[in-house]
Write a protein that binds this ligand. Structure first.
Ligand code: CDP
Length: 213
């Protein structure tokens, strides 16, 4: 079974995807980490003429060893860099096979990101599109960063998330929109357990429905 989980920044899709993976005993890939690793690798080139070429080369050279430092990769700064490399078509193309191979391994997988249900796994068995309002998303991300001992400027974080959403939605190469056959799950008022229960219910209903066809 392949489960695709998409949604905007800090919507809770990563937590839900890893909860679903645990529940169904499937491997999980947070595809945002790939873009974050590419962004990190070219941080010195940011806003300079060589940025695109450097990002394409970094994406082509990416392997699992670049994904190890999760603390650095999940910083707000890495998120901004990720969204800047994510608009480059050849970067997305270079990361396609890694994601597709992960998704199609025997037994299936759970992947979360922006274009899993639309581009990486249009054939996924279950597609979820996770949504939450911007303030709730900012507050979650702030608490996540604070739990790591980091100081958070909520005003700046809110604007950073909005700016990243805008860049992602305008991405001409990104495919960041809800797939027609994706199930919308709004987690604004749900805690982690309630959101996971709702996501499992969607998976169960969808798979039961498919089994009848
Ligand atoms: O966790 P959060 O939603 O804040 O970000 P992420 O999933 O780690 O993704 C970081 C950035 O990578 C996003 O803002 C997108 O620009 C990009 N991304 C993408 O374009 N396609 C994906 N499948 C995953 C991430």
């Amino acid at each position: 079974m392949i489960i695709a989980v998409d949604g905007p920044a800090a919507s809770g899709k990563g937590t839900l995807a890893s909860g679903l993976a645990r529940h169904y005993g499937l491997p999980h890939l947070d595809t945002g980490l790939l873009y974050r690793a590419v962004g990190r690798a070219v941080s010195d080139w940011e806003d300079q003429p060589g940025f695109e070429d450097a990002a394409i080369a970094a994406a082509r050279a990416l392997d699992a060893s670049h994904l190890a430092d999760v603390t650095e990769l999940t910083s707000a700064r890495s998120g901004v860099l990720a969204s800047k490399v994510a608009v480059i078509g050849p970067v997305r193309a270079a990361l396609f096979d890694y994601q597709r191979n992960f998704a199609t391994q025997p037994g299936g997988a759970v992947l979360d990101g922006r274009d899993i249900g639309t581009n990486i796994c249009p054939d996924a068995d279950v597609k979820l599109f996770i949504q939450a309002d911007s303030k709730a998303r900012m507050e979650r991300r702030a608490r996540q960063l604070e739990s790591r001992g980091l100081e958070v400027d909520r005003y700046a974080l809110y604007h950073q998330i909005e700016e990243r959403d805008a860049r992602d939605m305008a991405n001409p190469n990104g495919g960041f929109y809800k797939a027609d056959d994706a199930h919308l799950l709004d987690t604004t008022l749900l805690d982690i357990e309630a959101a996971l229960r709702a996501a499992i219910a969607i998976v169960e209903t969808t798979m039961a429905h498919k089994a009848k066809l």
